[in-house]
Design a protein around this ligand. Structure first.
Ligand code: SF4
Length: 239
């Protein structure tokens, strides 16, 4: 199957079957989204959502966060993974927001990436979700799923994945395509045991077609041992 056809079929399937796809993080404004995305690195959205209500109440804007002590910030996020680093990043990010951007979350990837704790993935999520821009954020799910399906070929890092995806996906669909791929990776095409039998895009998936008929210990069908597609792909630890 040609790659163009694969994109066409898979986009059509998602449009029909997942017309609404949004972030699972809870937020009300760009500042809250930025905080939530920083907290979500290597942590589940569910855990972040349990933490943020009290955090947002105590630190409703970057002003309160910038003037707090790190000890106090830590107290609010200690149940999240890597609380020490995230405390430092959130504190510094808030101070930079106040000093360099008047407390307003910037709208460009380049400006966002000047903030502590903000890499390309986080910046893309913020401009896409908070400001509706056509930016493709590549996290570990998007990276893995895109390669397995065959949407990307030979992408070795998130930036290469991002470039290939934006080249093939219509601009207006890029924000929702990001969520399609994340949700698909989180609930169907999971890292260790992709649920190929229950997967609606299997007819056009490069890996799903290779693995038809191969039973696994769990009763699921998954890639043949010598051909486990996720073996050769080096996933980024944090993207
Ligand atoms: S068919 Fe299998 S490998 Fe392909 S996207 Fe679906 S779950 Fe993933």
């Amino acid at each position: 199957m040609r790659r163009e056809e694969r994109y066409e079929k898979i986009i059509a399937w998602f449009q029909e079957n997942m017309p609404i796809a949004e972030t699972e993080l809870h937020y009300k404004d760009p500042y809250q989204l930025l905080v939530a995305v920083i907290l979500s690195a290597q942590c589940t959205d569910k855990r972040v959502n349990m933490t943020t209500p009290a955090f947002y109440e105590r630190f409703p804007t970057s002003k309160e966060l910038a003037s707090a002590t790190e000890e106090e910030i830590f107290g609010y996020i200690k149940s999240i993974s890597y609380p020490n680093n995230k405390t430092k990043n959130l504190h510094k990010m808030a101070q930079q927001l106040e000093k360099n951007f008047g407390g307003k979350v910037p709208e460009t990837v380049e400006e966002l990436m000047t903030l502590a704790g903000v890499g390309r993935k986080t910046a893309n999520v913020v401009v896409s979700v908070a400001y509706g821009q056509s930016a493709m954020a590549v996290d570990t799910h998007v990276f893995r799923v895109s390669a397995r399906i065959g949407l990307t070929v030979g992408a070795k890092n998130p930036l290469q994945t991002e470039k290939q995806l934006v080249q093939h996906i219509p601009e207006e669909l890029i924000p929702i395509a990001h969520h399609w791929l994340i949700l698909h990776g989180r609930y169907v095409c999971t890292a260790r045991k992709p649920k190929c039998d229950a997967c609606g895009i299997r007819p056009w998936c490069k890996t799903g077609n290779l693995t038809k008929g191969k039973e696994t210990d769990s009763g699921e069908k998954e890639p043949r041992k010598k051909n486990r597609t996720n073996k050769k792909i080096k996933e980024p630890e944090q993207v």
